[in-house]
Design a protein. Structure first.
Length: 167
């Protein structure tokens, strides 16, 4: 029996800005299975240091929603959209990996998935604002800037943390 028919379908719920915890509380109140991965963060101010938890994936909560309760996830206007999960078995495996990583307490950060040909923008350093394509996804240390009229490109070495994936 499919998990979609037994307990509902899984969705990546894209929340409105800064509403992840409120949406997770709504899912708990509705008794829907859900997961909001949270990580600890420290902010240092001139006269104090604050510790808090923040979502690992800002703007997203993962939830299993029964078909009869789908309209209930849109109450309170916390949700922008619900993105259905296509391959639930693969998704649940990845979600379990995320749970293990978060529980381990290992320091981590989220980076865009850089694949060959992906359009990116440089967000730091002297090349700030330049747009190009990832050259090699196995070692994404460079981007190609096109000079279309010459049908040539320039390969620039740019650290992955200075790249922002474009839609």
């Amino acid at each position: 029996m499919s998990t979609a028919t037994a307990g509902g379908a899984w969705y990546a719920c894209h929340t409105r800005p800064r509403c992840e915890k409120k949406f997770a509380a709504l899912m708990a109140a509705e008794a829907f299975e859900h997961y909001l991965p949270l990580v600890s963060s420290i902010r240092r101010y001139p006269h104090q240091t604050k510790r808090f938890t923040k979502p690992l994936f800002p703007g997203y909560v993962f939830a299993r929603v029964p078909e009869s309760g789908k309209s209930r996830i849109y109450q309170q206007e916390l949700l922008a959209r619900a993105i259905p999960v296509d391959d639930e078995a693969r998704f649940l495996g990845q979600l379990e990996d995320v749970r293990k990583i978060v529980a381990s307490g290992v320091e981590l950060s989220v980076i865009p998935l850089l694949t060959r040909g992906r359009r990116v923008r440089v967000v730091g350093g002297p090349l700030h604002g330049l747009e190009g394509q990832v050259d090699d996804s196995t070692n994404p240390l460079g981007i190609v800037i096109s000079v279309d009229v010459l049908r040539q490109g320039l390969l620039l070495k740019v650290p992955a943390e200075s790249l922002q994936a474009l839609p």
